[in-house]
Design a protein around this ligand. Structure first.
Ligand code: ADP
Ligand code: MG
Length: 697
């Protein structure tokens, strides 16, 4: 890096600072009013902004612009138009109008739309989201946009998030007034998403059809050494990884992403990048961008960055810890308990709103982390179980107990004793950490630890915001009549006491990975949806529809459509995986096995001729032959099952069939193949094995 970090940071972003420096004062002011207060932008201002943006982008080498959106495919989408406009005498000029900045009309027919497909025509609209920054990348100006159908239904992940942020802000502002915050005009949800990923050598990757087509290994015997020694977590960075991370940081910084923390994760070849938190909207956009950059930078190092939730069986998969809080425009973090939580009534009320919300809408939180990939992690002793619960820690637990039983809890400041004179002592944190909890309080925010590594975080944050908006609005309805009266404090305490009593069951501080917890959770009546097909249908439960309707997050048609898209995506994912398995088994693995059996048999014949015994060959050939037979049957079975699944016309029964029948046959087939792999010589196995892939970078 030749320039300093502050010099390169955000150099490709049309940032606040650039806008301020380049736009006329009144234009800048109008734009800020749009960004901060959601006022609609007039066309004259839009024209001005567009022109300035174009000039800046052209200086950065851009020749094109693209609306950048997040359809329900799970990836981002872009369609590039050049700034070129014909001028007289066959010349060209570079132009960009406010209209082109604000609105685009891509063909929407090839994007998933669920049931909306029948009712909507092909036309779709993209509309500029001025609350997220535009940026230049690879010769184009990127404009973050929402994506809607001709009939006005949302077809993307950003719109519900923006709607939920508005809902949360307006309810929270009203709620906060009761606690004397007269000056707060906007509350913004914040997110810091810790991103886990794997890096493997590209040459290995290229030889694995399963990784290329599905992002995960569908075959592969466990290596003799996994993660049991815990020697990878936070281990020193090997040179190739360190170079990759340095390169990645630089690229992220240029795009205005505050990449902050990097380290090795638990599994071999697994790593993490965590940025400094920002608003949910920007955080979600930046996470999408970060994932793309991670993949592209890897290629420069002849590496492949795997973002799948479970690329390798037998070692941990990857998630995305979604750190969430709320910030006011006067600088408060609403989840900061302060030094003495018991005296912080506002914080306690918000905390109780969260407790009630997570308990009542646990299914929505579970849904927000549901995908075929993430099903492999949840409940597999490496990520939280599929059961939603909350961890609050010792101190807050004690405070809640005190409220419930009507006494005063005094916070004790405790010093941490290291027992070495030369070392400074420091105050002990009031909460320990619980790595097994799906929704854990970590001192001044909640960490939702269930989200899958490849997921768009817009969905979990939209749902969380909506849930909190609902509870805050309900609390406000109850408490507002007493606001600014002498009985306010008592009424609040009365409410909190009830909430704690009724919703205590969602709080669990023990080991979320244990079997006892599954039983205990069942006794408590907490929902347990082990797989995507179990959870997704609850999206449209009436209680959920009600809050989406109430806050205008989803129309009924939009929600039904989304449910369909999620289930269809599930079925398609399993179908692709199953067909990839069949193909690899038929074209690579079974032929290699049969070949080797032949080699063994030939050896038996040769040895017989010269009077030698050939017990090892015979035993191995026999064993392999039995396995090959089972393998062959499995391939035939799987093919039949996939075909049967494809015959099913209804969406949910089809997804269930894929889950119950196809997936289990895939597991059986893998077990057979992995057993064969363990017997076969390396030189004869046609694809790179686990040791080669995860220990070679
Ligand atoms: P951990 O020890 O949990 O792995 P990291 O430092 O890796 O912690 O990540 C913590 C994440 O939480 C960072 O992205 C950080 O910016 C984010 N974070 C901190 N405060 C807030 C907040 N108020 N709202 C949202 N995210 C936050
Ligand atoms: Mg971390």
């Amino acid at each position: 890096m030749t320039k300093s970090v502050p010099e390169i940071f955000g150099e490709n972003v049309f940032s606040d600072e650039i806008m301020k420096a380049r736009l006329p004062k009144n234009v800048y002011k109008t734009l800020m009013n749009t960004i901060q207060n959601g006022r609609q932008l007039d066309m004259t201002t839009a024209d001005f902004v567009a022109n300035t943006m174009k000039e800046w982008a052209v200086e950065k080498g851009a020749t094109h612009y693209t609306h950048w959106f997040q359809p329900l495919t799970g990836s981002t989408a872009e369609k590039h138009d050049s700034f070129i406009t014909p001028a007289s005498k066959g010349m060209a000029i570079m132009e960009f109008s406010g209209k082109a900045l604000v609105k685009g009309e891509p063909d929407a027919s090839s994007f998933p739309s669920g049931g909306l497909r029948q009712t909507s025509s092909a036309r779709g609209y993209t509309a500029w989201d001025p609350t997220s920054y535009c940026f230049v990348k690879e010769g184009s100006l990127y404009i973050p946009t929402v994506f809607l159908s001709y009939t006005g239904e949302t077809l993307d992940k950003k719109t519900p998030l923006l709607r939920s942020m508005d809902a949360l802000s307006s309810t929270a502002v009203r709620f906060l007034k009761m606690f004397g915050n007269e000056n707060v005009t906007r509350v913004t949800s914040t997110v810091g998403a810790e991103q886990e990923y794997f890096l493997i050598d590209k040459d290995m990757y290229d030889r694995r059809e399963d990784l290329i087509l599905t992002g995960r290994t569908l075959f592969g015997a466990k290596p003799p050494k996994g993660q049991e020694l815990d020697d990878q977590y936070f281990a020193n960075l090997r040179p190739r990884i360190a170079e990759y991370m340095a390169d990645l940081d630089e690229e992220l910084w240029k795009l205005g992403i505050y990449s902050k923390t990097k380290h090795n994760e638990v599994a071999p070849a697994q790593h993490e990048m965590a940025p400094v938190f920002t608003t949910s909207n920007l955080g979600a956009d930046q996470n999408e961008l970060a994932m793309e950059v991670m993949e592209k930078v890897a290629l420069r190092h002849n590496l492949v960055c795997l973002l799948h939730e479970k690329p390798f069986e037998g070692v941990n998969g990857s998630g995305k810890h979604n750190n969430w809080s709320m910030a006011t425009d006067d600088g408060q973090n609403l989840l900061d308990p302060g030094d003495t939580p018991m005296e912080n009534l506002q914080f306690l009320t918000i905390l109780c709103a969260l407790i009630k919300g997570i308990d009542e809408y646990a299914d929505l939180m579970r849904i927000s982390a549901s995908s075929a990939g993430n099903d492999h992690r949840l409940g597999a002793d490496e990520a939280p179980p599929a059961i939603i619960s909350m961890f609050l820690g010792e101190e807050l637990d004690a405070v809640l107990k005190a409220i419930e039983e009507d006494y005063v809890y005094k916070t004790q400041t405790r010093e941490f004793e290291i027992g070495v004179n030369a070392l400074p002592s420091f105050p002990k944190d009031s909460t320990d950490r619980n790595r097994t909890s799906p929704f854990a309080f970590t001192g001044n925010r909640f960490e939702f630890r269930m989200v899958g590594s490849s997921d768009n975080i817009a969905c979990p944050n939209a749902l969380l915001n909506t849930i909190v908006a609902e509870e805050l609005s309900e609390f406000t309805e109850i408490l507002e009549p007493f606001s600014h009266t002498d009985s306010f404090e008592n009424e609040v305490k009365k409410l909190l006491k009830n909430v704690i009593r009724e919703h205590r069951r969602i709080i669990f501080n023990g080991d979320g990975y244990s079997h006892e917890w599954v039983e205990e959770a069942e006794r408590r009546g907490l929902p347990n949806y082990p797989s995507t097909v179990d959870s997704i249908p609850h999206y449209t439960d009436e209680k959920n529809m009600r809050i989406f309707r109430k806050f205008g997050i989803y129309r009924e048609s939009e929600l039904i459509a989304r449910t369909e898209v999620l289930l269809e995506t599930y079925s398609k994912t399993i179908r692709i995986e199953a067909r990839t398995m069949i193909q690899m088994a038929r074209k690579q693995l079974l032929p290699a096995t049969l070949d080797y059996i032949r080699t063994l048999s030939e050896s038996v014949a040769v040895k017989k001729n010269i009077g030698l015994s050939s017990v090892p060959e015979m035993r191995m050939a026999e064993k392999l032959n039995d396995l090959a037979e089972a393998f062959y049957d499995s391939i035939e079975n799987l093919e039949t099952l996939v075909n049967q699944a494809c015959e099913i016309k209804e969406i949910l029964p089809q997804a269930r069939y894929f889950h119950d029948k196809v997936l289990s046959e895939m597991e059986r087939m893998r077990t057979t193949s992995d057993t064969i792999e363990r017997i076969m010589p390396c030189s004869k196995w046609p694809i790179p094995d686990y040791t080669a892939m995860i220990y070679n970078v």
